[in-house]
Design a protein around this ligand. Structure first.
Ligand SMILES: [Zn+2]
Length: 463
């Protein structure tokens, strides 16, 4: 399959320039001016548009069994929705149960993900510790292309990693040349605050943010950063939602510590008033952790992206329908946590970030694709438009606009935290692995076309 994207402005993280892009098979074959169209090539007219590396969402949960149910989007519908929004690669999470073999869980997730329409790869969660976990981390890194491990500091009595697990897993990650990542919330504090709120009879979604104030996140972020500092490991903090966590990252980076931060599209534009909405389905629909925050935190997150202390943008795409969320109608601690966004992330961040002048188009590429590719070792296969890279490309019309709606979204679940938001700057075409999979509103996602992306270890100290 040959595709020529003609007449656009290529935007990479380092520069933007006028060029055509020729894709042959699943790779970019040439980038340059006035490229000849080979016979039979599909031509995409990118005049007046930007041609950017396909988005990488480094934080999604497709088909996740969680809190007694399973997310509405599976690996096919979720990755297909991503393609419609210009995201061509996701990094999802293998989450073993405590005491479950990491390898067994990894193979289970690999099986579920075979239906993916877009490329995918996995962080593997370390939810418990013993010698077998230590050994299986090595097998995952050396034989299965895993180079990042996730640690939940929240979800007590479920998947929470205690300090012993954090310390041992961080150290093992360093030995293997993998990067530890953390969901930073103090799970003990969350648990106690939840019990207090329930005892006071505060049981609706409005209690959710009260049980997880910014300090709860900041404590865990500071602790993870301190542990990483003592052990000399890098650390990546997922879904940084508040000024206090960002301050911890900024302080550590100023001292030379290798700390990375991720912001979610939702946290960048939505505030915590959603939890006080009169419609309980609407309020519950926004329950995710960390919660949406009061407005000044959004400004801090944008400053983090601008200042280079936050590096990636993600969604934590984890969709549940209203009936699933209603499991917590009388007890907010039973509301399945999660919101969508894989389809909207790029447009929401362009609209709020680039149109406002906070980010340049190259900075947009950096925080939606290139940095994730570099931090998780997929670069330059991903995150760059250059000959030899994967032909994962989004053609972006900066003047096109649309109003996001649950009625027209491709993602499942029937709910959208961005519903009703009008964005200017939208994808017109998405090319994934060289195939035109989205063209002017028409989604041509193919079940099973997505590929598992192996991510080699960084330089290891132990073979
Ligand atoms: Zn998550």
């Amino acid at each position: 399959m040959t595709t020529l994207i003609r007449g656009g402005t290529v935007v990479n993280a380092d520069r933007a320039f006028r060029a055509d892009v020729l894709c042959v098979g699943d790779k970019i074959a040439a980038v340059g001016e006035n490229l000849e169209a080979p016979a039979g090539a599909t031509i995409v007219d990118a005049g007046g548009q930007y041609v950017m590396p396909g988005g990488i969402d480094p934080h999604t949960h497709m088909q996740l069994p969680f809190m007694g149910t399973v997310t509405a989007d599976d690996f096919f519908t979720g990755t297909a929705a991503g393609l419609a929004g210009g995201t061509t690669t996701i990094i999802d999470f293998v989450i073993p149960d405590p005491k479950q073999s990491l390898l067994e869980a990894f193979h289970t997730w690999r099986g579920w993900a075979e239906k993916s329409a877009g490329d995918y790869t996995f962080h593997v969660a370390v939810t418990w510790w013993d010698k077998s976990v230590h050994d299986e981390m090595g097998v995952l890194v050396r034989e299965h292309g895993v180079n990042s491990f996730k640690h939940f500091m929240a979800y007590k009595n479920a998947i929470m990693a205690d300090d012993e697990t954090l310390v041992k897993s961080f150290r093992r990650s360093l030995e293997l040349g993998a990067i530890p990542t953390v969901h930073a919330e103090n799970g003990e504090l969350v648990y106690q605050l939840q019990q207090e709120l329930l005892a006071k009879g505060i049981r609706g979604a409005e209690a959710h943010p009260l049980s997880r104030p910014p300090e709860v996140e900041a404590e865990a972020a500071n602790r993870a950063i301190a542990i990483a500092n003592v052990l000399g490991t890098p650390v990546y903090i997922v879904h940084v939602s508040c000024a206090e966590s960002l301050e911890a990252i900024t302080r550590a980076r100023a001292k030379g510590q290798r700390v990375y931060g991720e912001a979610l599209a939702g946290h960048l534009v939505i505030d915590d008033s959603v939890y006080r909405h009169p419609d309980p389905d609407f309020a519950r629909g926004h329950v995710m952790s960390p919660p949406f925050r009061s407005r000044h935190h959004q400004q801090a997150l944008w400053q983090g992206l601008q200042g280079g202390n936050l590096h990636t943008t993600a969604t934590d795409h984890c969709t549940f329908c209203a009936e699933q969320k209603a499991a917590g109608k009388d007890d907010f601690t039973k509301i399945p946590n999660g919101c969508g966004g894989v389809e909207e992330r790029m447009a929401v961040i362009w609209d709020a970030g680039v149109n406002s002048g906070l980010l340049t188009p190259s900075e947009f590429v950096r925080v939606t694709s290139t940095n994730a590719a570099q931090i998780f070792n997929m670069y330059p296969r991903k995150g760059l438009i250059a000959a030899g890279a994967d032909a994962d490309i989004v053609v972006w019309d900066p003047n096109g606009s649309r109003t996001i709606s649950t009625q027209t979204q491709f993602a499942k679940g029937g709910f959208n935290v961005f519903d009703g938001r009008t964005v200017r700057g939208i994808p017109t075409h998405t090319v994934a692995a060289g195939k035109l999979v989205f063209a002017r509103g028409e989604l041509r996602a193919e079940r099973g076309a997505g590929r598992y992306v192996e991510r080699p270890a960084f330089t290891a100290t132990v073979a």
